[in-house]
Design a protein around this ligand. Structure first.
Ligand code: SF4
Length: 698
């Protein structure tokens, strides 16, 4: 039996895994006791990862292609598939320009994969049309970090959770969605009962079981709550005047705006008792180490950036940042969303967090890559790509490692868009995703343990993943597929000897930036296992656990910015026809669109089918009993699932899990039939947590 160390490929926690492989190639997994993140623990998804590797019944083995939509796809060679794809892309680019093609990738991709696809489209095709499903996940947090701190950078580390004495979890359920991190918080609370935990969420979730205070907030009112807490902190003198004076800009305007609304008014809007808001402010104000954790409840909003900023402001007025046990901590959903941003893998970014609208940045990157001049025009974001396909402005899309027909808002619009596309390439490991039926070309990709590369977790921790098993059939690592395609297009600069060479190029390109990892390479990562960026040339140790320790921020002035803005929500509100607010989210044992977890029978036992969580009063008004089939509907579409009556959800709010897609030609399990394409104007992240709907017994 041989044993190898790697990293879990599901969520942004980034747990270390030991893979044991017997002589027949069969593998087992266990948590890595020496790993700084999980210390031997694994959640249900991680524990069952070996089943996803061993069960190859759904794997794609060979490239497939069809010459038109009326013909079935046929097995072809890699050369045939990539020659035709290169010919079609070339023809479309010649006829309509480079912005007529796009790549839609994933926070599951390894850093090397992101790097080469970003280089291909921006540096050689000449368009910025690359976006990823990270747009649906954390782009509001990214924008807020940049606006407040001058850089997309999580200030602290997981170890800070054990040093804090107040943790405010806003719009997140880490007990289910970041389980191992939450196990560490639970252990910290057990060891230190003085650690106070506040959770704000319209639902009573598993995370509330550990909380001292649950604020069962009305959806969309987070800014009102955060401003009210800010007002109490100011009024009660729980702020840090010296930190505000020396290290921030914008406090006076903030003070004025938070004073405009009384705490009584905030309590009414948020539908939270005034005393509970005061208690939250008191716990925060009296903490010597204050941390916030958040995810989709704040990010997936039409005012997602403002929600993030309003939370970060609580740190800036109290000076709770850049020191042990303190800081605003965005919990990344996917395993490598951060690595993707490091290489510039979003439609508005360039490598190493450079930006498109800076001519010096564009010049640096173009000279480094040696390709075409970089366009300053931002590319299409996730939702914009599908709207552009639907409108005929975008002709071809290449979908890598993601299943947009389940995860995108207004999924029926996304489906219509793929039907209209001139050419669709799907690069995938599994035959399960719904997108495959629209693919003109299918490219089989290698999965976890079948390729090497790196990922960065939510605390800026870079891990090396080694190749342990052989991909089935002719499946190839994603980076190799992209490089082979680039060479077919006639582009130079894609002749990498191996993944290590791609990583080395990425590291060189970060030199001198705020996220400098020019001191890293595969050898160092293999030795150290994990390192937290930055890690410049000459760095030693395990990297940088905490940023801003000298209270100098990455803004031009070196000061953090306290932003001020109105506290309203801009979602489409409920009305008499659509009186309920639908919120969507994850369940404990499934991951995203279930293309991996959906084939593990153990993981289906927890919640085997989608359910509508509805308050008993809302159910009674509609004559709905437990387990009745109900129809949830609005102008976008409908869903039919069983009702689960629960006082855990706020009255007036209903919840659907986001994982299920089409089954047996029915799409009535799919929550995103009901969501809409409104996005935050800055982050372009969709408003997935707030859709007006009606429910009736079916
Ligand atoms: Fe994997 Fe996340 Fe579970 Fe850790 S918490 S084992 S990274 S899914």
């Amino acid at each position: 039996m041989a044993s190898y160390k790697t990293t879990c490929c599901y969520c942004g926690v980034g747990c270390g895994i030991v893979v044991h492989q017997d002589r027949q190639g069969k593998i087992q997994v266990e948590g890595d006791k020496d790993h700084p993140v999980n210390r031997g623990m694994l959640c249900s998804k991680g524990m069952n990862l070996h089943y996803t590797v061993m069960d190859t019944s759904d794997r794609l083995y060979y490239p497939e292609m069809r010459y038109n939509r009326h013909l079935p796809r046929q097995r072809v060679s890699w050369d045939q598939a990539l020659d035709r794809t290169a010919a079609v892309f070339t023809q479309i680019i010649q006829q309509y320009g480079p912005d007529a093609v796009a790549f839609y990738a994933s926070g599951q991709c390894l850093t090397e994969e992101y790097y080469v696809v970003n280089k291909l489209i921006k540096g050689f095709i000449g368009s910025n049309n690359i976006d990823t499903n990270s747009r649906l996940c954390m782009s509001s947090a990214v924008a807020a970090y940049k606006l407040a701190l001058g850089e997309d950078s999580v200030p602290g580390a997981y170890d800070d959770l054990e040093l804090a004495d107040c943790i405010f979890v806003a719009g997140a359920n880490p007990a289910w969605c970041h389980p191992i991190l939450w196990r560490r918080v639970e252990a910290a609370k057990a060891a230190n009962p003085d650690l106070k935990i506040i959770v704000s969420d319209p639902r009573v979730t598993q995370s509330c079981a550990t909380a001292d205070l649950h604020l069962q907030i009305h959806p969309g009112t987070d800014i009102v709550l955060h401003h009210a807490i800010g007002r109490i902190l100011i009024e009660q003198g729980h702020i840090d005047p010296l930190f505000i004076r020396d290290h921030t800009d914008g406090f006076q305007q903030y003070r004025e705006i938070v004073m405009e609304r009384s705490i009584a008014s905030a309590a009414e809007i948020c539908d939270i008792p005034e005393a509970a808001i005061c208690e939250a402010a008191s716990l925060i104000g009296n903490a010597s180490g204050f941390m916030t954790l958040w995810t989709m409840g704040l990010n997936q909003s039409v005012v997602g950036v403002r929600k993030n900023l309003s939370l970060i402001n609580l740190h800036l007025i109290t000076g709770q940042i850049g020191k042990p046990g303190a800081g605003p901590f965005s919990l990344t959903g996917q395993p490598n969303a951060m690595g993707g941003r490091e290489v510039g893998g979003l439609s508005n970014l360039l490598p190493a967090h450079r930006v498109l609208d800076n001519p010096a940045h564009r010049k640096e990157v173009q000279e480094f890559w040696g390709g075409v001049p970089l366009s300053e025009k931002p590319g299409l974001t996730a939702t914009e790509m599908f709207t552009a396909l639907n409108d005929g402005k975008l002709k071809a899309i290449w979908i890598m490692c993601t299943n947009p027909l389940v995860s995108l808002p207004d999924a029926r619009l996304a489906e219509a868009a793929l039907k209209k596309a001139k050419f669709v390439v799907v690069q995938e490991i599994s035959n399960r995703p719904e997108t495959l039926q629209y693919a003109d070309v299918i490219l089989p990709a290698a999965a976890w343990t079948e390729k090497e590369g790196t990922m960065t977790n939510a605390e800026r921790r870079i891990s090396y993943l080694q190749k342990l098993t052989t991909p089935p059939g002719e499946a190839l690592p994603d980076a190799e597929i992209i490089c082979r395609f680039a060479r077919k297009m006639g582009f130079h600069g894609f002749d990498y000897e191996n993944a290590a060479a791609i990583y080395a190029e990425h590291c060189r390109l970060t030199a001198g930036t705020n996220i400098d990892v020019s001191g890293l390479n595969y050898t160092t990562l293999q030795e150290k296992r994990t390192v937290q960026w930055p890690y410049p040339q000459g760095a030693t140790g395990d990297g940088t656990p905490r940023l801003f320790t000298d209270q100098t921020f990455y803004t031009q002035t070196g000061k953090a910015v306290i932003h001020s803005f109105p506290d309203g929500n801009n979602s489409t509100p409920p009305d008499p026809e659509l009186p309920l607010i639908l919120t969507t989210g994850r369940i404990r044992d499934q991951w995203h669109t279930m293309s991996k977890t959906g084939k593990v029978s153990k993981l289906k036992q927890h919640i085997p089918a989608p359910l509508l969580e509805i308050h008993p009063d809302d159910a009674e008004e509609r004559d709905i009993k437990a387990d009745d089939i109900v129809e949830i509907f609005n102008a976008n579409g409908n869903v039919r699932v069983k009702a689960q009556l629960s006082t855990n959800i706020k009255k007036g709010v209903v919840f659907l899990p986001m994982h299920w897609g089409k089954t047996l030609n029915s799409d009535l399990n799919r929550a995103n039939n009901l969501t809409h394409t409104l996005v935050d104007p800055i982050s372009k992240q969709p408003d997935l947590k707030y859709s007006a709907v009606q429910v009736r017994r079916f």
